[in-house]
Design a protein around this ligand. Structure first.
Ligand SMILES: *Cc1c(COP(=O)(O)O)cnc(C)c1O
Length: 385
Protein backbone atom coordinates (compact mmCIF):
# COMPACT_ATOMS: atom_id res chain seq x y z
CA UNK A 1 0.00 0.00 0.00
CA UNK A 2 1.12 3.55 -0.59
CA UNK A 3 -0.18 7.09 -0.30
CA UNK A 4 1.45 8.48 -3.48
CA UNK A 5 -0.60 11.32 -4.99
CA UNK A 6 -1.22 11.14 -8.75
CA UNK A 7 -0.52 14.79 -9.57
CA UNK A 8 -0.51 16.25 -13.07
CA UNK A 9 3.01 17.70 -13.30
CA UNK A 10 3.21 21.26 -14.62
CA UNK A 11 6.82 21.57 -13.51
CA UNK A 12 9.68 21.70 -16.01
CA UNK A 13 10.66 18.05 -15.70
CA UNK A 14 9.94 15.39 -14.88
CA UNK A 15 6.73 15.73 -16.79
CA UNK A 16 3.30 14.11 -16.86
CA UNK A 17 3.46 10.65 -18.44
CA UNK A 18 0.64 9.38 -20.67
CA UNK A 19 -1.07 6.23 -19.38
CA UNK A 20 0.24 4.05 -22.26
CA UNK A 21 3.83 5.18 -21.63
CA UNK A 22 3.39 4.64 -17.91
CA UNK A 23 2.06 1.12 -18.49
CA UNK A 24 5.01 0.28 -20.75
CA UNK A 25 7.23 0.29 -17.63
CA UNK A 26 5.56 -3.01 -16.74
CA UNK A 27 6.69 -4.77 -19.94
CA UNK A 28 9.14 -7.64 -19.26
CA UNK A 29 12.58 -6.97 -17.87
CA UNK A 30 15.42 -8.32 -20.03
CA UNK A 31 19.14 -8.97 -20.08
CA UNK A 32 20.98 -5.91 -21.37
CA UNK A 33 23.54 -7.99 -23.34
CA UNK A 34 20.91 -10.43 -24.65
CA UNK A 35 19.19 -10.45 -28.03
CA UNK A 36 15.99 -9.31 -26.25
CA UNK A 37 17.74 -5.99 -25.51
CA UNK A 38 18.07 -5.29 -29.22
CA UNK A 39 14.31 -5.51 -29.68
CA UNK A 40 14.12 -2.38 -27.52
CA UNK A 41 17.40 -0.64 -28.24
CA UNK A 42 17.43 -0.97 -32.04
CA UNK A 43 14.15 0.92 -32.06
CA UNK A 44 15.43 3.42 -29.52
CA UNK A 45 18.65 4.24 -31.39
CA UNK A 46 16.82 4.48 -34.71
CA UNK A 47 13.98 6.56 -33.25
CA UNK A 48 16.23 9.08 -31.51
CA UNK A 49 18.34 9.52 -34.62
CA UNK A 50 15.26 10.15 -36.76
CA UNK A 51 13.95 12.65 -34.20
CA UNK A 52 17.31 14.46 -34.52
CA UNK A 53 16.95 14.67 -38.30
CA UNK A 54 19.54 11.93 -38.91
CA UNK A 55 19.25 8.72 -40.96
CA UNK A 56 17.88 5.91 -38.73
CA UNK A 57 20.98 3.82 -39.19
CA UNK A 58 24.39 5.35 -38.46
CA UNK A 59 26.44 5.00 -41.64
CA UNK A 60 29.78 6.09 -40.26
CA UNK A 61 29.87 9.09 -42.54
CA UNK A 62 26.66 10.98 -41.80
CA UNK A 63 28.39 13.12 -39.23
CA UNK A 64 26.74 12.33 -35.87
CA UNK A 65 26.99 9.37 -33.51
CA UNK A 66 24.61 8.61 -30.66
CA UNK A 67 25.19 7.06 -27.26
CA UNK A 68 22.87 6.48 -24.30
CA UNK A 69 24.30 7.10 -20.87
CA UNK A 70 22.60 5.65 -17.78
CA UNK A 71 21.91 8.54 -15.42
CA UNK A 72 20.23 11.69 -16.72
CA UNK A 73 20.95 14.81 -18.74
CA UNK A 74 23.77 15.91 -16.44
CA UNK A 75 25.64 12.66 -17.15
CA UNK A 76 25.52 13.45 -20.86
CA UNK A 77 26.75 17.03 -20.29
CA UNK A 78 29.59 15.85 -18.03
CA UNK A 79 30.64 13.15 -20.49
CA UNK A 80 30.77 15.73 -23.28
CA UNK A 81 32.83 18.34 -21.47
CA UNK A 82 35.15 15.83 -19.79
CA UNK A 83 35.85 13.92 -23.02
CA UNK A 84 36.16 16.83 -25.43
CA UNK A 85 38.43 19.33 -23.65
CA UNK A 86 42.09 18.53 -23.00
CA UNK A 87 43.76 19.71 -19.79
CA UNK A 88 45.79 22.45 -21.48
CA UNK A 89 42.81 23.87 -23.38
CA UNK A 90 40.28 26.52 -22.41
CA UNK A 91 36.55 25.85 -22.09
CA UNK A 92 34.33 28.91 -22.59
CA UNK A 93 30.95 28.51 -20.95
CA UNK A 94 28.20 30.78 -22.25
CA UNK A 95 25.42 30.93 -19.68
CA UNK A 96 21.98 32.51 -19.72
CA UNK A 97 20.89 30.91 -16.46
CA UNK A 98 21.20 28.14 -13.89
CA UNK A 99 21.67 25.24 -16.32
CA UNK A 100 24.32 27.17 -18.23
CA UNK A 101 26.03 27.65 -14.86
CA UNK A 102 25.74 23.91 -14.26
CA UNK A 103 27.66 23.22 -17.49
CA UNK A 104 30.41 25.59 -16.28
CA UNK A 105 30.51 23.85 -12.89
CA UNK A 106 30.85 20.47 -14.60
CA UNK A 107 33.89 21.71 -16.53
CA UNK A 108 35.48 23.06 -13.34
CA UNK A 109 34.96 19.98 -11.15
CA UNK A 110 36.46 17.88 -13.94
CA UNK A 111 39.63 19.95 -13.73
CA UNK A 112 39.17 21.87 -16.97
CA UNK A 113 40.49 25.39 -17.45
CA UNK A 114 37.10 27.05 -17.74
CA UNK A 115 35.98 30.66 -18.15
CA UNK A 116 32.44 31.95 -18.20
CA UNK A 117 30.41 34.50 -20.12
CA UNK A 118 27.12 35.15 -18.28
CA UNK A 119 24.05 37.01 -19.48
CA UNK A 120 21.51 38.42 -16.98
CA UNK A 121 18.60 36.10 -16.11
CA UNK A 122 15.83 36.32 -18.71
CA UNK A 123 18.10 37.57 -21.50
CA UNK A 124 19.21 35.60 -24.54
CA UNK A 125 22.85 35.48 -25.64
CA UNK A 126 23.91 37.65 -28.59
CA UNK A 127 26.37 36.91 -31.36
CA UNK A 128 28.55 40.01 -30.95
CA UNK A 129 29.16 39.48 -27.23
CA UNK A 130 29.88 35.78 -27.73
CA UNK A 131 32.32 36.63 -30.54
CA UNK A 132 34.17 39.10 -28.29
CA UNK A 133 34.57 36.35 -25.69
CA UNK A 134 35.81 33.93 -28.36
CA UNK A 135 38.46 36.46 -29.41
CA UNK A 136 39.46 37.17 -25.83
CA UNK A 137 39.72 33.58 -24.56
CA UNK A 138 40.52 31.54 -27.72
CA UNK A 139 38.74 28.47 -26.29
CA UNK A 140 38.97 24.95 -27.74
CA UNK A 141 35.50 24.08 -26.48
CA UNK A 142 32.41 26.27 -25.95
CA UNK A 143 29.30 25.22 -24.03
CA UNK A 144 25.93 26.66 -25.10
CA UNK A 145 22.30 26.32 -23.96
CA UNK A 146 19.65 25.60 -26.58
CA UNK A 147 16.82 26.08 -24.07
CA UNK A 148 17.53 27.50 -20.58
CA UNK A 149 15.05 25.88 -18.22
CA UNK A 150 15.54 28.29 -15.33
CA UNK A 151 14.40 31.33 -17.35
CA UNK A 152 12.41 29.98 -20.32
CA UNK A 153 14.85 31.44 -22.86
CA UNK A 154 15.22 29.41 -26.07
CA UNK A 155 17.80 30.16 -28.74
CA UNK A 156 16.08 29.34 -32.04
CA UNK A 157 19.27 30.44 -33.81
CA UNK A 158 21.54 28.03 -31.95
CA UNK A 159 22.98 26.91 -35.30
CA UNK A 160 24.36 30.43 -35.88
CA UNK A 161 26.22 30.19 -32.56
CA UNK A 162 27.60 26.76 -33.44
CA UNK A 163 28.84 28.16 -36.77
CA UNK A 164 30.44 31.14 -35.02
CA UNK A 165 32.19 28.89 -32.51
CA UNK A 166 33.46 26.65 -35.30
CA UNK A 167 34.75 29.68 -37.28
CA UNK A 168 36.88 30.37 -34.21
CA UNK A 169 38.26 26.85 -34.33
CA UNK A 170 36.39 25.54 -31.28
CA UNK A 171 33.90 22.71 -30.69
CA UNK A 172 30.36 23.80 -29.66
CA UNK A 173 28.74 21.58 -26.98
CA UNK A 174 24.99 22.19 -26.78
CA UNK A 175 22.66 21.50 -23.85
CA UNK A 176 19.34 20.54 -25.45
CA UNK A 177 17.99 18.74 -22.38
CA UNK A 178 14.65 20.57 -22.11
CA UNK A 179 13.88 21.04 -25.83
CA UNK A 180 14.71 17.83 -27.73
CA UNK A 181 11.40 16.18 -28.68
CA UNK A 182 9.52 19.46 -28.16
CA UNK A 183 10.49 21.21 -31.37
CA UNK A 184 12.32 20.31 -34.54
CA UNK A 185 16.01 19.70 -33.88
CA UNK A 186 18.09 19.05 -36.99
CA UNK A 187 21.56 17.91 -36.06
CA UNK A 188 22.58 17.56 -39.71
CA UNK A 189 22.61 21.35 -40.03
CA UNK A 190 23.04 22.68 -36.46
CA UNK A 191 26.80 22.19 -36.37
CA UNK A 192 26.94 21.01 -32.74
CA UNK A 193 29.96 18.90 -31.80
CA UNK A 194 27.91 17.43 -28.96
CA UNK A 195 24.17 17.67 -28.29
CA UNK A 196 22.81 16.39 -24.98
CA UNK A 197 19.29 15.63 -23.81
CA UNK A 198 17.42 13.27 -21.50
CA UNK A 199 14.19 11.32 -21.17
CA UNK A 200 12.20 13.22 -18.54
CA UNK A 201 11.64 16.54 -20.31
CA UNK A 202 10.07 16.83 -23.78
CA UNK A 203 10.17 13.05 -24.33
CA UNK A 204 7.76 12.73 -21.37
CA UNK A 205 9.20 9.66 -19.60
CA UNK A 206 10.86 9.05 -16.25
CA UNK A 207 14.52 10.09 -15.93
CA UNK A 208 17.19 7.42 -16.27
CA UNK A 209 19.15 7.99 -19.48
CA UNK A 210 21.31 10.79 -20.77
CA UNK A 211 21.13 11.00 -24.57
CA UNK A 212 24.28 12.30 -26.26
CA UNK A 213 24.96 12.91 -29.94
CA UNK A 214 28.56 13.61 -30.96
CA UNK A 215 29.94 14.76 -34.30
CA UNK A 216 32.62 12.76 -36.09
CA UNK A 217 35.30 15.39 -35.40
CA UNK A 218 34.37 15.38 -31.70
CA UNK A 219 34.54 11.58 -31.61
CA UNK A 220 38.00 11.73 -33.18
CA UNK A 221 39.15 14.34 -30.66
CA UNK A 222 37.85 12.35 -27.67
CA UNK A 223 40.17 9.49 -28.59
CA UNK A 224 43.15 11.73 -27.76
CA UNK A 225 41.83 13.43 -24.60
CA UNK A 226 43.32 11.85 -21.47
CA UNK A 227 41.75 11.22 -18.06
CA UNK A 228 38.15 10.76 -19.23
CA UNK A 229 37.09 8.64 -16.25
CA UNK A 230 34.99 5.56 -16.95
CA UNK A 231 31.28 6.45 -16.96
CA UNK A 232 32.20 9.88 -18.40
CA UNK A 233 34.29 8.48 -21.27
CA UNK A 234 32.59 9.28 -24.58
CA UNK A 235 34.79 6.79 -26.43
CA UNK A 236 33.73 3.88 -24.22
CA UNK A 237 30.05 4.86 -24.49
CA UNK A 238 30.28 5.01 -28.29
CA UNK A 239 32.02 1.63 -28.49
CA UNK A 240 29.02 0.06 -26.78
CA UNK A 241 26.55 2.22 -28.70
CA UNK A 242 27.90 0.78 -31.97
CA UNK A 243 26.11 -2.43 -30.87
CA UNK A 244 23.05 -0.45 -29.68
CA UNK A 245 24.02 -1.11 -26.08
CA UNK A 246 24.85 1.02 -23.04
CA UNK A 247 28.20 0.95 -21.24
CA UNK A 248 26.62 0.14 -17.88
CA UNK A 249 23.30 -1.51 -17.01
CA UNK A 250 20.34 0.60 -18.11
CA UNK A 251 16.90 0.73 -16.50
CA UNK A 252 15.02 -1.97 -18.38
CA UNK A 253 11.68 -0.37 -17.41
CA UNK A 254 12.74 2.90 -18.99
CA UNK A 255 14.06 1.14 -22.09
CA UNK A 256 10.65 -0.49 -22.54
CA UNK A 257 8.98 2.88 -22.14
CA UNK A 258 11.36 4.70 -24.46
CA UNK A 259 10.87 2.15 -27.26
CA UNK A 260 7.08 2.46 -26.94
CA UNK A 261 7.18 6.26 -26.64
CA UNK A 262 9.39 6.80 -29.70
CA UNK A 263 7.02 4.67 -31.77
CA UNK A 264 4.19 6.86 -30.55
CA UNK A 265 6.00 10.15 -31.23
CA UNK A 266 7.24 9.17 -34.68
CA UNK A 267 4.30 7.15 -36.02
CA UNK A 268 1.15 7.96 -34.03
CA UNK A 269 1.30 11.59 -32.99
CA UNK A 270 4.00 12.41 -35.58
CA UNK A 271 6.73 15.00 -34.90
CA UNK A 272 5.06 17.82 -36.86
CA UNK A 273 1.86 17.51 -34.79
CA UNK A 274 3.86 17.22 -31.56
CA UNK A 275 5.85 20.37 -32.28
CA UNK A 276 2.72 22.30 -33.31
CA UNK A 277 1.05 21.20 -30.05
CA UNK A 278 3.98 22.60 -28.06
CA UNK A 279 3.70 25.94 -29.86
CA UNK A 280 -0.06 26.00 -29.25
CA UNK A 281 0.44 25.29 -25.53
CA UNK A 282 3.00 28.10 -25.34
CA UNK A 283 0.56 30.49 -27.04
CA UNK A 284 -2.15 29.50 -24.54
CA UNK A 285 0.17 30.35 -21.64
CA UNK A 286 1.12 33.68 -23.24
CA UNK A 287 -2.55 34.57 -23.69
CA UNK A 288 -3.18 33.59 -20.07
CA UNK A 289 -0.28 35.79 -18.92
CA UNK A 290 -1.86 38.81 -20.63
CA UNK A 291 -4.94 38.43 -18.43
CA UNK A 292 -2.96 38.43 -15.18
CA UNK A 293 -2.65 41.90 -13.69
CA UNK A 294 0.94 42.69 -12.69
CA UNK A 295 2.52 39.43 -13.84
CA UNK A 296 4.89 39.71 -16.83
CA UNK A 297 6.57 37.28 -19.18
CA UNK A 298 10.29 37.13 -18.37
CA UNK A 299 11.89 36.09 -21.67
CA UNK A 300 12.11 38.51 -24.61
CA UNK A 301 9.53 37.90 -27.34
CA UNK A 302 12.06 36.52 -29.82
CA UNK A 303 13.41 33.94 -27.36
CA UNK A 304 10.37 32.43 -25.65
CA UNK A 305 10.58 28.70 -25.21
CA UNK A 306 7.98 26.33 -26.68
CA UNK A 307 8.51 23.94 -23.73
CA UNK A 308 8.15 26.21 -20.71
CA UNK A 309 7.18 29.78 -19.86
CA UNK A 310 8.59 31.92 -17.05
CA UNK A 311 6.66 34.77 -15.45
CA UNK A 312 7.86 37.54 -13.17
CA UNK A 313 5.59 38.29 -10.19
CA UNK A 314 4.30 41.76 -9.35
CA UNK A 315 5.72 43.61 -6.34
CA UNK A 316 4.30 42.22 -3.14
CA UNK A 317 4.22 38.60 -4.29
CA UNK A 318 7.10 36.73 -2.69
CA UNK A 319 8.25 33.11 -2.68
CA UNK A 320 6.11 32.42 0.38
CA UNK A 321 2.98 33.34 -1.56
CA UNK A 322 4.06 31.22 -4.50
CA UNK A 323 4.37 28.28 -2.11
CA UNK A 324 0.77 28.89 -1.01
CA UNK A 325 -0.29 28.86 -4.67
CA UNK A 326 1.51 25.54 -5.00
CA UNK A 327 -0.44 24.01 -2.09
CA UNK A 328 -3.74 25.36 -3.45
CA UNK A 329 -3.04 23.67 -6.78
CA UNK A 330 -1.80 20.46 -5.15
CA UNK A 331 -5.15 20.10 -3.39
CA UNK A 332 -6.75 20.11 -6.86
CA UNK A 333 -4.39 17.48 -8.30
CA UNK A 334 -1.75 19.66 -10.00
CA UNK A 335 1.94 20.28 -9.26
CA UNK A 336 2.83 23.97 -9.73
CA UNK A 337 6.43 25.14 -10.23
CA UNK A 338 7.46 27.96 -7.86
CA UNK A 339 10.48 28.90 -10.00
CA UNK A 340 14.14 27.97 -9.98
CA UNK A 341 15.09 28.15 -6.29
CA UNK A 342 18.58 29.66 -6.50
CA UNK A 343 17.47 32.26 -9.03
CA UNK A 344 14.63 33.42 -6.76
CA UNK A 345 17.01 33.66 -3.80
CA UNK A 346 19.18 35.99 -5.90
CA UNK A 347 16.24 38.03 -7.25
CA UNK A 348 14.61 38.45 -3.84
CA UNK A 349 17.98 39.23 -2.26
CA UNK A 350 18.18 42.22 -4.60
CA UNK A 351 14.66 43.31 -3.68
CA UNK A 352 13.03 42.03 -6.90
CA UNK A 353 9.92 39.85 -7.00
CA UNK A 354 10.45 36.14 -7.74
CA UNK A 355 9.68 34.30 -10.95
CA UNK A 356 7.72 31.11 -11.50
CA UNK A 357 7.48 28.67 -14.38
CA UNK A 358 4.79 26.80 -16.25
CA UNK A 359 6.08 23.64 -17.91
CA UNK A 360 4.16 22.83 -21.09
CA UNK A 361 6.40 20.16 -22.53
CA UNK A 362 6.08 16.48 -23.23
CA UNK A 363 2.65 14.95 -23.71
CA UNK A 364 0.57 17.66 -22.09
CA UNK A 365 -2.71 18.23 -23.93
CA UNK A 366 -4.47 21.60 -24.35
CA UNK A 367 -7.44 20.51 -22.20
CA UNK A 368 -5.09 19.66 -19.32
CA UNK A 369 -3.42 23.05 -19.59
CA UNK A 370 -6.80 24.83 -19.68
CA UNK A 371 -7.90 23.02 -16.50
CA UNK A 372 -4.64 24.01 -14.79
CA UNK A 373 -4.75 27.66 -15.90
CA UNK A 374 -8.41 27.97 -14.85
CA UNK A 375 -7.31 27.24 -11.28
CA UNK A 376 -3.98 29.04 -11.44
CA UNK A 377 -5.43 32.39 -12.56
CA UNK A 378 -7.56 32.97 -9.44
CA UNK A 379 -4.81 31.59 -7.17
CA UNK A 380 -2.28 34.08 -8.60
CA UNK A 381 -4.76 36.95 -8.38
CA UNK A 382 -5.35 36.05 -4.74
CA UNK A 383 -1.57 35.97 -4.12
CA UNK A 384 -1.24 39.51 -5.56
CA UNK A 385 -4.02 40.95 -3.40
C1 LIG B 1 16.91 19.31 -16.53
C2 LIG B 1 18.05 19.99 -17.19
C3 LIG B 1 19.38 19.60 -16.97
C4 LIG B 1 19.74 18.55 -15.97
O1 LIG B 1 19.33 17.34 -16.45
P1 LIG B 1 19.08 16.11 -15.47
O2 LIG B 1 18.38 15.19 -16.42
O3 LIG B 1 18.26 16.60 -14.33
O4 LIG B 1 20.40 15.60 -15.07
C5 LIG B 1 20.38 20.21 -17.69
N1 LIG B 1 20.10 21.21 -18.54
C6 LIG B 1 18.85 21.63 -18.76
C7 LIG B 1 18.61 22.74 -19.73
C8 LIG B 1 17.78 21.03 -18.10
O5 LIG B 1 16.53 21.46 -18.31
Amino acid sequence: MHDFADLALFITGPTWIRPEARAAAALPEFGHRDAEANKRFDRIFHGLRVLAGLPAEASGSDGMQLCLIPGSGTNALETAVRSLAADDETVLNVSVGAFGDLFHGLALVNGKRAVQLSFPPGEAMDLATVEDALRQHAPAVVTLSHNETSTGVRHADIGDYCALVRRHGALPLVDGVSIFGGESVDLTTMGAAAYATSTQKCLALPAGLGILFASDDAVEKAKHVKNKGYVTDLTRHLDRAAKHQTLTTPSTSLANQLAVQLDYILHEETPAVRFARHRALRDMVHAFAETLPGYRLLAPETARSPSLTTLRCPDGVDSGRLKQVKETLRARGFLFDTGYGKLNVILEGKGHPPIFRIGHMGDMQPAMLTAFLDLLGPALAEAAR
